[in-house]
Design a protein around this ligand. Sequence first.
Ligand code: SF4
Length: 214
Amino acid sequence: MRMFLSRVHFPVTALGHGRRVGLWFQGCSLHCPGCISADTWAHDEGAVNTGQVIDQLSAFAADADGLTVSGGEPFEQPEALAELLAAWRSISDRSVLVFTGLELGQIQPWLDAHPDLIDALITGPFRSDLPQTKALRGSDNQALHVLTQRGAPFLAYERNATGSDLKLDIMIDADGAAWMAGIPARGDLAKLRRALAAAGHTVVTSDMPGRFAA
Ligand code: SF4
């Protein structure tokens, strides 16, 4: 099946417990102001076949403590999401955490049609106008849902965030582009820009308005 993928990466340590495979879908229509993943908004970029993505997941599965899916908006490609998560179930017994900007009611039909593919969910759009106090969440409107027994460890995140929850994994691609995975504290990217600018670097980050075309 053709789908649009931002990236697959292993290990990711800042989006759930353990060393997880990170899978970022490409394409999001929600356009939350202040989104730190605006590079994943554009649709029709990163076309791949799901078989290629499953091969990537398979390469990491044996060493991974779980799979974390984000984006982009995973539920804007519902068939690909179902195929990839079903494949994960066939290659790993480790948990699946999915971040979505949609509310639970909006994706309930998908969940009903695909029971047991997702163990824990974070739902709701990022709201930069609301406080950020909860673990694993960028704003306090976002809700954690534990859907299966396998997802029970995620109940530990139903608490206020501590400093270690707000860490970021920073990776550098072969072309020199740096990217980050995790839930930054408010203002962290601006602080990073200032620190690098003070060292003589010119830095643009994906949360800057107008950085990426809608
Ligand atoms: S925060 Fe998530 S749902 Fe909101 S615009 Fe960014 S990628 Fe889309």
